[in-house]
Design a protein around this ligand. Structure first.
Ligand SMILES: *[C@@H]1O[C@H](CO)[C@@H](O)[C@H](O)[C@H]1NC(C)=O
Ligand SMILES: *[C@@H]1O[C@H](CO)[C@@H](O)[C@H](O)[C@H]1NC(C)=O
Ligand SMILES: CC(=O)N[C@H]1CO[C@H](CO)[C@@H](O)[C@@H]1O
Length: 577
């Protein structure tokens, strides 16, 4: 169900578009236990793709993509919520009609349950389940091999002391109220020696590998469940795009805020959103049948999966591992946005160019190159720039190459960020004559950032607010007017966005009734939408270009309009089927 919306505003990047000609890196050698990852089912016993049989376009796309990657897939039929027999939807608690989940949520739940059902019926030792609109990197096997090294480091017994693990919080993390145990990051480049796995190349101790998602948190004290807190940090992973191309539905985005460029992290699942791709073991599939298929559908499937992993809301805790950025992401083909989902509303927009976010050498975007047997793959960066050259809205020249707005209907809040301005400067408000405006234009409720990362030499600090304001390095009038244009453009976009948000919200209210379960936190069910128009003024204070861009440490809390992490019940986009 689409109870929230994310809009992207992109401006043209002026630099020339050059195809990404990069030499292909041959996979390095692997130990014997990792070899199966190179097989046709990626080291699982089966790869299933779930989706509606009527979406033959998606099946064609998935089939082509899988064949170009030498992956053997099998389709599992999803079903529309309206076609499910009412009596087949388990009801283990007494409920009112209006406490039922919406049909899209039920359809998505059933599609995934059909896949899980197959895993159990065929007694598969493990299976990877993908939604039918995902894309991956041409180097997927290397990525999975690296992920397997990481999951083994987190969950296999140490070779030297087989009764212990390198993560001191595995298998049982201290419960929430016990004193925080600090867990050092494990470097991917110095992994501990472990007992080689025997059950699966990914380890002997996992239930779920949630490797396609739209957001995860690092486990930490104070988050739900007693999730083990170890992280394997893979720095200099060339398959990770630059940070400015990364996004998540979970805020804060610690990976992007606190780790260097091209870092991938493997860790246990916490607050995952979207089930684009996940593997299950036979044991876990049986448990999912027991705990998710045969119980009330009281949340969307990804949210229930989160509870299943974390061991909250009446579920037992399971060993679920994940990776950030994920390895499977949505692919959006060119065409009417409506076609993107059979269950969510994507409006009347027409998408001129296909895209896949956060995958550098996307298989789908490189189908031509692969079909011709070439190796000069297009990088996501070139593709995004190419897409921008094809008539995306132009805003403020290269200063503001992308801004995005995230609105959550559940909390009644929205948030705006620039995703991709320049690395050279902060965005500041200036007067017509080019002087900085220091009286709280963009900064009223910001606390001083102390990034300490440099890169903004020549900046000043506003004596009143303590807010750092940076000057453009070049400082030419052209530069400054570009900034002005960018700022004005954003302010006007906010107006449009607010209008859009309110319009959408009206339509959503009716749908929400069904979706809001009785157990929902009451503060979430009464969002103050009506206050939004008057908040528009505050919102431009939230236009903060810097933290995402320069590798600065995150400026805690002040950047958020609201406690924004999708709470257990907040539903973002569900794209299945
Ligand atoms: C790939 O490896 C996995 C794990 O060892 C195994 O279960 C599966 O049968 C293999 N797939 C193929 C097609 O050989
Ligand atoms: C399922 O597979 C396991 C492991 O291969 C085997 O021990 C078990 O007997 C099988 N169960 C059924 C019902 O076939
Ligand atoms: C010249 C100057 O004041 N530079 C400062 C700009 O801001 C950064 C971080 O806020 C400081 O580290 C610099 O010293």
């Amino acid at each position: 169900m689409a109870s929230s919306v994310m809009l992207f505003f992109k401006a043209q990047v002026l630099s020339g578009v050059v195809p990404g000609v990069t030499s292909f890196l041959p996979p390095s050698s692997s130990p014997g236990w990792a070899e199966d990852i190179n097989n046709a089912t990626l080291g699982f016993q089966k790869v299933f793709v779930v989706g509606l049989p009527s979406r033959t376009d998606r099946r064609d796309g998935m089939l082509l993509q899988a064949s170009l990657s030498d992956v053997d897939i099998e389709f599992v039929d999803g079903i529309l919520g309206k076609d499910i027999n009412e009596k087949a939807i388990p009801q283990t608690k007494k409920k009112d009609e209006n406490q039922r989940m919406g049909l899209p949520v039920i359809g998505s739940w059933r599609a995934h349950m059909n896949a899980i059902h197959e895993v159990v019926r065929r007694n598969l030792s493990s299976a990877l389940i993908l939604e039918d609109d995902v894309d991956w990197d041409v180097r997927i096997r290397e990525q999975l091999r690296d992920f397997a090294f990481s999951t083994n480091a987190l969950t296999q017994p140490l070779r030297a002391t087989p009764s212990s693990y390198s993560d001191p919080t595995f298998p049982t993390a201290p419960s929430d109220d016990s004193p925080a145990v600090s867990v050092a990051d494990i470097s991917f480049h110095h992994l501990p020696a472990i007992l080689p796995p025997r059950f699966s190349p990914y380890g002997d101790n996992w239930d779920v590998l949630w490797i396609g998602h739209c957001g995860m948190h690092f486990p930490a004290a104070g988050r739900p469940g007693a999730v083990p807190r170890g992280r394997v940090i893979h720095s200099d992973d060339v398959t990770v795009p630059e940070r400015r191309y990364l996004w998540t539905l979970n805020d804060p985005f610690t990976l992007k805020d606190q780790y260097p460029e091209h870092t991938r992290a493997a860790h246990h699942v916490q607050e995952g959103v979207c089930t684009l791709g996940y593997a299950v073991t036979q044991k876990a599939a049986r448990q999912i049948l027991h705990e998710i298929a045969l119980r009330d559908v009281s949340d969307a499937f990804d949210i229930t999966m989160r509870f299943f992993c974390e061991g909250v809301r009446g579920h037992r805790r399971h060993t679920c591992l994940t990776v950030q950025p994920a390895l499977f992401h949505h692919h959006r083909p060119a065409g009417p946005a409506k076609a993107l989902s059979d269950i969510g509303d994507h409006g009347d927009e027409f998408r001129e160019t296909a895209s896949t976010d956060m995958v550098r050498w996307s298989v789908r975007m490189n189908a031509d190159v692969l079909l011709e047997g070439r190796r000069d793959f297009w990088d996501v960066i070139d593709l995004i720039q190419g897409a921008n050259a094809n008539g995306m809205v132009q805003l403020g020249r290269q200063f503001l190459s992308a801004a995005y707005l995230m609105a959550s209907y559940d909390t009644g809040k929205f948030q705006m960020r620039m995703a991709n301005p320049t690395n050279d400067q902060n965005l500041v408000a200036v007067t017509e004559k080019g002087f900085e405006v220091t009286d709280n234009f963009c900064a009223a409720d910001k606390t001083p950032t102390d990034s300490g990362t440099g890169g903004n030499a020549g900046n000043q600090t506003d004596p009143k607010t303590g807010t750092p304001v940076a000057r453009s390095k070049s400082g030419t009038p052209g530069v400054i007017s570009g900034v002005v244009i960018a700022v004005l453009a954003i302010v006007s976009l906010i107006g449009i966005a607010t209008w859009f948000f309110l319009k959408r919200r009206k339509a959503a209210v009716a749908g929400r009734k069904a979706a809001v379960a009785g157990s929902q936190d009451p503060s979430r069910t009464s969002p103050h939408y009506d206050a939004l128009p008057s908040q528009t003024k505050d919102v431009h204070m939230q236009v903060y270009p810097k933290p995402e861009l320069q590798g600065s440490s995150p400026d805690p809390s002040s950047h958020q309009i609201s406690p924004q992490a999708p709470g257990p019940h907040s539903n973002y986009r569900y794209e299945l089927a």
